[in-house]
Ligand binder design. Structure first.
Ligand SMILES: CC(C)(COP(=O)([O-])OP(=O)([O-])OC[C@H]1O[C@@H](n2cnc3c(N)ncnc32)[C@H](O)[C@@H]1OP(=O)([O-])[O-])[C@@H](O)C(=O)NCCC(=O)NCCSC(=O)C[C@@](C)(O)CC(=O)[O-]
Ligand SMILES: NC(=O)C1=CN([C@@H]2O[C@H](COP(=O)(O)OP(=O)(O)OC[C@H]3O[C@@H](n4cnc5c(N)ncnc54)[C@H](OP(=O)(O)O)[C@@H]3O)[C@@H](O)[C@H]2O)C=CC1
Length: 409
């Protein structure tokens, strides 16, 4: 952190920006990252009257964020806490763990913490990654449907060539599938990759560009855009709900009736009925893609804490919660169709986010590759299960507004 007001280099650089000699984004070419950041604060301070003292009070060298942001001013700090420990019986995550969550919503941590404590009292939650693959779907222009069909046939006959081109760009990524979709004279090729421990959006995009070069060289098709929106990244989309994207992950638990009554102040039957009327029928009537109560809360909070791409909360929250009364006990599950997570790359290498991954013991690449990102997906799913359990219970016992009045204001 540099105190901008006391840094002569920052002051003289800010002066050059004010004189029109330099653009804000050119400052890094003339100073180290901290000084450039301090100079930018001086310019914005002077132009807007905003005091950026706290934004400038960050705890790691600005150069550590160079591949994460341009025109950096400092950092926005979001409180981070833990829920747990929670017992997880996962395919990749196993044993007791604390879940790091960053949020500004009072009562959220308390709620997930209560859910985690009840999950552990019930013997722990199961979690499994059922499918994994990051997609990129370029769109090509062809003349007509005759040419479209010819392109689809060519792709089906030449998957090996596309795989060779795509995989030449990465030592970790593997191309698992290419599915063509045709709409008139537009052809979309949905490439799906195993991206191991990376969320994989850069990796898949770079690999797909190499495959597109082969398509353009060998066929009449012309690439219109490397992303044709059938991927689908950062937009609500049924294709992700049905086909999955990133990790498709499910968690479940069976909770004895007396634990539900004593710890959650309600009954298995009341939670099951509430789940049908709220999460299933209510969501259907609303035309919602999210058949759950607040999976987005846990996905967003764990994404922020662990350095995931926050815009992908859109598809991460694409989840269905089910609840049944079984022999008097409560069976609860949550299935997240398209959770895009990684433990390498992107924001995961920022110092505070890397520390949050250390809480889970899954910073960096796993052994085997992909196992750390699988474990992260399972921890997020168990956190979502804990959140669903606690919020559904609070609604069933009519404690929601009092809890937020007490903890969230
Ligand atoms: C607030 C509680 C947990 C109280 O619940 P309670 O059962 O009255 O609390 P308690 O004092 O008996 O404590 C029970 C457990 O809760 C945890 N707990 C309790 N307090 C704390 C705390 N300060 N810090 C950390 N953990 C806490 C802790 O695990 C504790 O166990 P213990 O360790 O004592 O054995 C409960 O009423 C609750 O979960 N309410 C629901 C709140 C919630 O889920 N909010 C989520 C956000 S709502 C939203 O954003 C979306 C929404 C609602 O619009 C979506 C929709 O449409 O459905
Ligand atoms: N380009 C785009 O269109 C979009 C980009 N993004 C951004 O992309 C970033 C995430 O992309 P992503 O590709 O995940 O990350 P990075 O671009 O940071 O790349 C991660 C790289 O880490 C290397 N690597 C090392 N160890 C492993 C391992 N165990 N498993 C997998 N890879 C490993 C791989 O190199 P190698 O390939 O050489 O093996 C991989 O390509 C985020 O910042 C996100 O915001 C988000 C949406 C769209």
């Amino acid at each position: 952190m540099t105190d901008a007001a006391d840094d002569p280099d920052a002051e003289s650089l800010a002066e050059r920006v004010r004189d029109g000699d330099l653009a804000l984004h050119e400052l890094d070419e003339h100073a180290d990252a901290d000084t450039a950041t301090a100079a930018r604060r001086l310019v914005v301070d002077a132009d807007t009257g905003a005091s950026l003292e706290t934004v400038g009070n960050y705890g790691f060298p600005a150069e550590r964020a160079e591949s994460n942001i341009e025109n950096m001013l400092g950092t926005v700090q979001i409180p981070v806490g833990v829920a747990g420990p929670v017992d997880v019986n996962g395919g990749a995550a196993d044993g007791e763990g604390y879940l790091p969550l960053a949020t500004t919503e009072g009562a959220l941590l308390a709620s997930v913490n209560r859910g985690c404590s009840v999950l552990s009292q019930a013997g722990g939650a199961n979690a499994r990654v059922l499918k994994s693959g990051m997609t990129r779907a370029p769109v090509f222009r062809v003349t007509d449907v005759v040419e479209a069909e010819a392109l689809v046939s060519w792709v089906r006959d030449n998957v090996d060539r596309l795989t060779e081109a795509a995989e030449s760009t990465t030592s970790h990524g593997e191309l698992d599938d290419v599915t063509p979709y045709v709409v008139g004279n537009s052809v979309y090729l949905r490439f799906r990759y195993d991206t191991k421990d990376a969320m994989g959006m850069n990796m898949a995009t770079i690999a797909t560009e190499a495959a597109c070069d082969v398509v353009e060289t060998e066929t009449e098709a012309e690439l219109v855009a490397l992303s044709g929106n059938l991927c689908t990244d950062k937009k609500p989309a049924a294709i992700n709900a049905v086909e999955g994207r990133g990790r498709t992950v499910t968690a479940d638990v069976t909770i004895p009736r007396e634990v539900v009554e004593n710890r959650l102040h309600t009954t298995p039957g009341d939670i099951a009925e509430l789940n049908v009327r709220k999460n299933l029928v209510g969501s259907a009537k609303a035309g919602s893609l999210g058949f759950n109560a607040h999976v987005a809360n846990v996905v967003a909070a764990m994404f922020l804490a662990t350095g995931q791409d926050e815009a992908q909360v859109v598809e991460g929250a694409n989840a269905i919660t089910t609840a049944e009364e079984r022999d008097g006990d409560l069976y609860l599950s949550v299935s997240l169709a398209s959770l895009e997570v990684g433990t390498v790359g992107g924001g995961t290498k920022l110092p505070t986010q890397a520390e949050a991954l250390d809480i889970l013991g899954i910073r960096g690449g796993g052994d085997p590759a992909g196992s750390n990102a699988d474990a992260l997906a399972e921890y997020v799913a168990v956190g979502a299960l804990a959140g669903e359990l606690s919020l559904l219970s609070a609604l069933a016992s009519r404690h929601l507004s009092s809890a937020h009045a007490e903890l969230g204001r």
